[in-house]
Ligand binder design. Structure first.
Ligand code: ATP
Ligand code: MG
Length: 261
């Protein structure tokens, strides 16, 4: 049985992601066009990588493949030695449950409270007292503790995205995939979401892949991968210089409730 990234342990280290020769063709009219076209990348454990590219570059397609939400037509994806593209249905669902997903308009259920939305990804397993405590703690960390009982439908878009960040962290993911997480937000809310992601990355040491078409957003990552027409374009020389090796294991800035040593 494959272990989903991050489940069962605090992610002091993130998942290692190795993508080789990835191809995904999608229909455009009567023809299939490669949205991801022979792409190979390695993201080291605990790295924070930005995928930067214009609209249509293939960022979302790639993120969906990395998260096991879609299957490639060719190529391989290894996440912590799990061949994602080969996982059968139930194992794929199990794998996905251990990944933190964040999208531009992250879907919260309007008729559930902020707290219940955070708990939702783990509701298939036993939600015990410590899981509820962890959800409350995560809401505090995204400065939404005071809104825990409010229905998601009554929250502003910035507040909703902060709850979505807490929800993405509930399974203690070793891999977080954030696709335009600050898109569509006012600049203060956008800055707050990016700060929260950076803080969680520093605190938990998970691997973080952030897709964006905004170079200023991408600049917060420690490595930039430029994407265009489904392939990687060479980094500019300044970016190559800026590229940092994967970080050493980071000290945890906070304890996860129920996991204090
Ligand atoms: N469901 C789909 N069916 C057919 N073609 C699709 C589908 N989703 C995406 N595409 C096409 O695949 C290519 C890559 O799209 P993708 O959404 O991955 O780009 P993106 O970089 O995420 O763009 P954006 O910045 O606008 O979100 C585009 O040409 C797009 O039209
Ligand atoms: Mg996209």
């Amino acid at each position: 049985m494959t272990r989903p990234p991050g489940q069962g342990s605090t992610p002091d280290h993130g998942a290692r992601v190795i993508v080789t020769g990835l191809v995904r063709r999608l229909p455009q009219g009567r023809v299939l066009v490669p949205a991801v076209n022979g792409l190979s990348i390695t993201v080291e454990s605990g790295e924070f990588v930005a995928l930067l590219g214009p609209s249509g570059a293939g960022k979302t397609t790639l993120m969906r493949l990395l998260g096991g939400l879609d299957r490639p037509d060719d190529g391989n994806i290894l996440v912590d030695d799990v061949a994602v593209e080969r996982l059968p249905g139930r194992a794929a669902a199990h794998f996905r449950s251990g990944i933190g997903f964040l999208t531009e308009r992250s879907t919260l259920l309007d008729y559930l409270s902020a707290l219940d939305n955070v708990i939702l990804p783990i509701s298939a397993s036993r939600v015990d007292f410590s899981a509820r405590m962890r959800a409350r703690d995560l809401l505090e960390r995204v400065d939404m503790g005071h809104r825990a009982g409010v229905l998601a439908g009554r929250l502003s878009s910035g507040e909703r995205q902060r709850v979505a960040v807490a929800r993405a962290m509930i399974s203690r993911p070793r891999l977080v995939l954030a696709d335009e997480p600050s898109g569509g937000l006012d600049s203060a809310s956008a800055e707050e979401i990016l700060r929260l992601l950076t803080d969680f990355h520093h605190g938990y040491g998970m691997t973080l892949v952030l897709a964006t078409s905004d170079s200023s957003v991408a600049s917060i990552a420690s490595r930039l991968i430029r994407l265009r027409d489904g392939t990687i374009t060479p980094a500019r020389s300044a970016e190559r210089r800026r590229g940092t090796p994967p970080p050493a294991p980071v000290p945890r800035l906070w304890a996860v409730p129920g996991q204090e040593s």
